[in-house]
Design a binder for this molecule. Structure first.
Ligand code: DPP
Ligand code: ZN
Length: 875
């Protein structure tokens, strides 16, 4: 397959000033007519140029009907169809190009371009889906004003596209016709079209400057009652972006459409966001707290793209993090403001450590701004999104909030209406503040997770404390040399009484150290006694940090650190220490011993009524098997599973009294509201319930039975059912699962979670069960959510069953990946990821994982998506 390099970037030869699209919708034969106003790009003209270069148009799976230039049909010798598109000979620097093509939305299972979902037409064009709709220069630096006319049979009364509706009517043969106009020039990846028999809820928002914006959320009729939360979230996001970034919405209408078949979470098409149903629909009976919060953040994320992505877009796809990293940072701050800041930070860092760190250490490791790819869809990664957001966060930390805002104002003002680069973003931050981020730029270029090693020394005579920090970034594919990064290290020093010591004359107790060298020493004077350092407060940089904390020091930090994130982090360090020694005991065949320090620390936390219950819940939760695997030099899946199970049981038994007390105290049965305080209480309550059930004590299982039976909200029901599936007798669990399905079979989102509950269960989700679920009438291999809830649930959440020693889990995944590659390459390439980390596993696991991957490679022709991931991981 062909590799695309950033260094080969060239400005487009031609620009498209106007794009006029006309769709005649038919499932098997949709006619697409496109009229483009084409103009030679003045910036691409070479000195002394005599002839005009040919025009390249991307096009995939299109049936070409005709091409005309300035109203005249183009003879066959003036164009040729090639791999992935066609080239036209050009005779004048400006012309109108009309292309007619035919496409078959019904046959499109890739869910890129125009396709059908439950009988509704919809589109997904990012990154390169527009080329499956019509021939076009499908690259983000070609920005055009679009007019879209849709003609469809009357059974599709709702016809939507980007911008404002400017015309509608009926054709002579009785079909419906609507025209939309989007005045803002945009790249083709932001194009969208929807046609269906949809209902909508409507609201309005008055912008800071007093303009009235109509807000509409479209769904299939059965889901109309599940729209309220998304609508409220949208209005909060609109207000927040005005207040925090000074950004107002710019069209008369903002629309969201929910669709069931969708590769991603959602898509920020100008004025017409399209959402995966699971990321927008919710009601208290059907959605968990987690779903409510996810919806709030994704609605905000897509809305924020209107500025960070749409008004200012990416020059090329190597710059993807320009919009994604920045927008994830924006949505994370929004969620932090709407809910608990510390909790949001812990969740994000956990995701980063579990999934991004392993990506950054694996065969697909790439910088935040990659320099090559085979298939751009493979680069919608945790590195681009989450590490990219951390990079923006570090700029925010280094400059401070006011300076950061000056930088973002300048960025939006300078680049409004254009397609730019990560470099342009950093320049705006520098220029607005006279700052120097030269060394900082390496964060965009270097892959791999930096490792910081910290040592310290206290000198009593001079009352001086010295902190020495060394940094090193491991080699990644194609990058061996890694010069030092500019790393903001936020720290505090804690005194013997548990209070923060003043760090200088100003009396401040936290400071950001600028680590720029491979090793650097920072000196603090007037420190009255040897302090305990609180390092990397708030996780001020996406790094691994080593400091030789003793168990007692970690217990002390858990109690006293003024930084909530680090209090939690101390508990995590303690848990990892405990789990690592349990793994070692398991491997040696020695008896496993109770994790005494961890029990002591968690017992204190559990009884501390002053702590945010959400924080307590997060401290109680053991690191996932995936997270532990990330910490290992060589992963022994069996040891991880055994260690976690032993630790969980030890904690459950040792803490059963305080767990029960907390459970009872929090089981208040108040009316459901998805607000931070209540979510925090439910999270602790249900964490306690899970532990209590792990003791297999009959009265604990009764608590779960009662909670399930009360059926008060989905958060409590799902937690109770989850605990019963894991710990109740098999037959009983089957009964609950069956009853739950009967109750909820009409609700797609609940059924998806019902699948996941089983496929992800260590005891229940055996391979046999997963195969059965795939035969279930509600399973659909062409629906990515179903695939994720059954197959990915098993492969990425069910460490126990997936890593079964006989390698059957690996072979099953390989088999499914090969099947899916023929239907939906993007999903196949994602699904295969658990196998790509084979090098990290111990010999027998590693060999079987590799063999499964090799099997995929040998099975036949692979899509470009899958080929890239598999070939890079086998290399
Ligand atoms: N829809 C995806 C997102 O918003 C890609 N832009 O992140
Ligand atoms: Zn995004």
């Amino acid at each position: 397959a062909r590799t695309v390099y950033l260094k080969d970037y060239r400005a487009p030869d031609y620009l498209i000033d106007h794009t006029d699209l006309h769709f005649d919708l038919e499932p098997q034969a949709t006619l697409v007519k496109s009229r483009l106003k084409v103009r030679r790009n003045p910036e691409a003209i070479n000195a002394g140029e005599k002839t005009l270069p040919p025009l390249w148009l991307d096009g995939v799976d299109l049936e070409l009907l005709s091409i005309a230039i300035d109203g005249k049909l183009l003879p066959a010798q003036r164009y040729h169809e090639g791999e992935g598109g066609l080239t036209l000979d050009v005779e004048t620097p400006e012309f109108e190009l009309e292309v007619h093509t035919r496409i078959a939305p019904e046959a499109n299972t890739s869910l890129e371009g125009l396709y059908l979902s439950n009988g509704m037409y919809c589109t997904q064009c990012e990154a390169e889906g527009f080329r499956k709709i019509t021939y076009y220069p499908d690259r983000p630096d070609v920005m055009s004003v679009f007019t879209t006319t849709i003609v469809a049979p009357s059974k599709y009364p709702v016809l939507l596209a980007n911008g404002n509706k400017v015309d509608s009517g009926t054709t002579e043969d009785g079909r419906l016709r609507v025209t939309w106009e989007d005045p803002f020039a945009k790249p083709s990846y932001l194009f969208a079209l929807v046609a269906g028999d949809l209902q909508y809820v409507e609201d309005s928002f008055t912008t800071a400057s007093g303009r009235e914006v109509k807000l509409q959320l479209f769904t299939e009729p059965k889901n109309i009652r599940k729209c309220d939360h998304a609508m409220i979230s949208l209005k909060h996001a609109m207000r927040w972006d005005e207040e925090v970034y000074g950004r107002e919405y710019d069209l008369d209408v903002f629309m969201i459409v929910a669709v069931d078949h969708f590769n991603m979470g959602a898509m920020e098409n100008k004025g017409l966001n399209i959402f995966n149903s699971a990321c927008v629909l919710a009601s208290p009976e059907t959605a968990t707290d987690g779903a409510f919060q996810r919806i709030e953040s994704i609605v905000a994320h897509e809305y924020f793209h209107n500025w960070s992505g749409n008004r200012v877009t990416c020059r090329d796809w190597f710059q993807l993090s320009l919009k994604e990293g920045f927008t994830v940072f924006r949505d994370a701050e929004f969620s932090a403001d709407m809910n608990s800041r510390a909790v949001k930070r812990i969740e994000d860092v956990s995701l980063l450590r579990t999934a991004q760190f392993s990506e950054d250490a694996g065969p697909m490791a790439h910088p935040v701004r990659p320099d090559s790819y085979m298939e751009i869809s493979n680069f919608y990664t945790l590195t681009i999104y989450e590490k990219g957001a951390e990079v923006v966060r570090m700029i925010h930390t280094l400059l401070g909030p006011e300076a950061f805002r000056r930088g973002s104002d300048l960025y939006f003002e300078r680049h409004d209406g254009s397609a730019v680069t990560c470099e342009d973003f950093i320049c705006a931050m520098e220029d607005a503040n006279n700052a120097d981020l030269r060394q900082f730029r390496r964060w965009y270029e270097q892959a791999g997770t930096p490792v910081l090693t910290v040592t310290d020394q206290y000198d009593e005579a001079s009352a001086t404390y010295r902190l020495t920090i060394a940094q090193r970034t491991p080699a990644t594919p194609g990058q061996t040399e890694k010069p030092p990064l500019h790393i903001p290290v936020s720290i505090g020093l804690i005194g013997a009484d548990g209070r923060d010591l003043p760090l200088d004359d100003s009396g401040k107790t936290s400071t950001v150290l600028n680590l720029t060298e491979a090793e650097q020493t920072f000196t603090f004077s007037n420190i009255p006694h040897a302090p305990l350092p609180s390092l990397l407060r708030g996780f001020s940089a996406p790094v691994k940090l080593h400091y030789g904390y003793s168990e007692d020091q970690l217990l002390f930090l858990m109690q006293h650190d003024s930084d909530a994130f680090n209090r939690w982090d101390a508990s995590r360090r303690l848990a990892i220490k405990a789990l690592e020694s349990l793994q070692a005991q398991y491997r040696d065949g020695s008896e496993m011993t109770e994790p005494a320090a961890l029990i002591k620390g968690l017992s204190a936390v559990l009884e501390n009524a002053a702590l945010d219950p959400a924080l307590v819940a997060m401290m109680l939760a053991l690191p996932s098997a995936q997270e532990l695997a990330e910490e290992c030099e060589v992963v022994d899946a069996g040891a991880i599973i055994a260690a976690r199970k032993f630790a969980r049981n030890s904690l459950a038994n040792a803490l059963s009294a305080p767990l029960l007390a907390r459970y009872q105290q929090l089981d208040q049965r108040k009316p459901y509201r998805p607000v931070a305080d209540d979510i925090a209480e439910r999270s602790l309550k249900n964490t306690c319930l899970g532990y209590l059930c792990a003791t297999l004590d009959p009265s604990s299982l009764d608590l779960a039975r009662l909670q399930l039976q009360r059926d008060e909200n989905m958060t409590d029901v799902a937690a109770a059912l989850g605990a019963l599936v894991e710990y109740a007798p098999r037959e009983e669990a089957e009964k609950y699962l069956g009853a739950f399905y009967d109750q909820w079979q009409q609700d797609t989102q609940v059924v998806e979670n019902w699948f996941l509950l089983q496929s992800g269960s260590a005891s229940f989700g055996t391979l046999e069960r997963v195969r059965e679920l795939m035969q279930h009438p509600a399973f659909e291999i062409t629906n990515p959510n179903k695939v994720r809830s059954v197959i990915s649930g098993f492969a990425s959440r069910n460490f126990t069953q997936f890593h079964r020693e006989d390698g059957s889990g690996y072979r099953f995944l390989a088999e499914q990946v090969s099947v899916l590659d023929k239907l939906n390459p993007q999903i196949a390439a994602r699904l295969v990821i658990p196998l790509t980390h084979w090098k990290k596993y111990c010999d027998h696991e590693s060999a079987r994982m590799r063999a499964a991957l090799q099997g995929i490679m040998d099975a036949g022709e692979l899509s470009r998506d899958l080929y890239e991931v598999v070939s890079k991981s086998l290399a």
